[in-house]
Design a protein around this ligand. Structure first.
Ligand code: CMC
Length: 389
């Protein structure tokens, strides 16, 4: 009837019903299928959390073993994809390559693409969960001009990822268990976050009937932005730019200056206005990793801790409820593990793939309409095309 609500940024618009993730931003609560995120980070592992998000319940022992086996079956990527990757410049941002590679999966895997068939949707989910680490590691190896390491299904999801990233054919590589545990936690803590920008994009793309690989590629593109998943990379860039604890005050002043577009990266959240429950777990993991590495005195960590302290006390941040978010700590952990900054958002994308595909599957399994927001037109009124001179 032409009546609609104008809601820029969808601050108060619910776009769907979902039974996957619950967030109470004021109370700092995040639940996946009812389970608190801190309990999952403590007791679960990434693939078990994937099962939970996708199917709604935790698996029993046999279901878990079967799920892991099936993930293992799909970890290789079609050999022609390696040739496809060679078409990119090797100094390209890995997120640019990931957008291309994941979209291209629909060209390499054309079977089982009937989205109305639940078995086909399940196969697409397995293909994505399994191949994302392989593709991410290939991007990294390509940027280093190093040979690709093929996946090892005898390792856990996190161990296999670290192996594909850091092993080389010429030496024996042992995955550090503290690093593998930290990676697994990073994966769990990023697995889903209800209707954020990238997940909403995946749903919107999916609502047109687009194939799952194209939908996830759209999610990856959205995640790349510094206000969303790109924040973990931006945090590290900011800490490096600050360079010394002495310079912090200058950056705090910039962050508060309304005429300066600079924002303190890794602070604030659209939904959490109390604290980010993921940040709490990430902070602990960060301390464990740095202790393991004997890097507790790392200069960037010192800057990070001081920033955190200032932001928790300064009235500007307190009044606006700007707390450190998950990305503030995840970047520091990944840097300590030896992962280059440009890979941070790729790792976020890998972890979030299960959330995206679970939401896509939930939407396609039920009744849905194509997403089609309205607009408030503020352009010129109707006018006549000028007569030719
Ligand atoms: N530094 C300085 N001021 C800030 C910041 C910040 N990081 N974040 C928000 N503000 C101020 C903002 O200027 C505004 O002030 P005022 O009311 O005086 O105009 C007020 O706080 C509210 O900000 P907003 O932009 O209306 O809040 P939002 O809910 O639209 O934005 C956000 C949320 C996460 C985009 C924003 O806080 C931000 O840009 N943070 C830095 C980027 C970042 O860390 N992003 C990662 C988000 S968590 C990972 C994910 O879920 O993807």
């Amino acid at each position: 009837n032409g009546v609609f609500t104008y809601d820029p940024g969808f601050m108060s618009t619910g776009s769907c019903e979902s039974s996957i993730t619950f967030i109470d931003g004021d109370a700092g609560i995040l639940l996946h299928r009812g389970y608190p995120i801190a309990q999952l980070a403590e007791h679960s592992d990434y693939l078990e959390t994937c099962y939970l998000l996708l199917y709604g319940e935790l698996p029993d022992k046999d279901q878990k073993a079967e799920f892991e086996k099936t993930v293992g079956k799909h970890t290789m990527v079609n050999q022609s994809m390696h040739k496809f990757i060679e078409g990119f410049r090797n100094d390209a941002h890995p997120m640019a390559i990931m957008c291309g590679l994941v979209g291209a999966l629909s060209a390499f895997y054309q079977d089982h693409m009937d989205i109305t068939n639940s078995k086909h949707r399940e196969i697409a989910a397995f293909r994505l969960i399994s191949k994302m680490p392989t593709l991410a590691a290939i991007c990294y190896k390509y940027s280093k001009d190093q040979p690709v390491m093929y996946p090892r299904n005898d390792l856990s999801y996190a161990e296999n990822f670290l192996y594909m990233m850091f092993a080389t054919p010429c030496e024996d590589y042992k995955v550090n268990p503290v690093f593998a545990k930290a990676m697994d936690r990073i994966f769990i803590l990023h697995a889903d976050h209800e209707q954020n920008a990238s997940t909403s994009t995946v749903r919107l793309a999916g609502s047109s009937g687009a194939n799952p690989f194209a939908c996830i590629a759209a999610g990856i593109a959205t995640l790349w932005g510094p206000a969303h998943g790109g924040a973990n990379e931006a945090v590290l860039t900011m800490l490096e730019e600050i360079g010394d604890v002495e310079n912090i005050d200058e950056y705090i002043a910039k962050a508060k200056d309304k005429n300066d577009p600079f924002r303190l990266m890794g602070f604030g959240h659209r939904v959490y206005k109390n604290f980010d429950p993921r940040a709490k777990v990430m902070r602990e993991t960060c301390d464990q990793v740095l202790e393991e590495l004997g890097q507790s005195n790392d200069p960037l960590l010192k800057i990070a801790k001081r920033l955190e302290q200032i932001a928790l006390e300064d009235p500007y941040f307190v009044e606006r409820k700007l707390y450190p978010n998950v990305d503030f700590y995840s970047g520091i952990i990944m840097k300590a593990i030896g992962i280059p900054t440009s890979m941070f958002t790729v790792i976020f994308a890998m972890s979030r793939t299960i959330g995206w595909i679970s939401h896509w599957n939930e939407m396609i399994s039920g009744a849905y309409k194509i997403g089609r927001p309205r607009q408030l037109y503020v352009g010129k009124p109707e006018r006549d095309y000028p007569a030719k001179k």
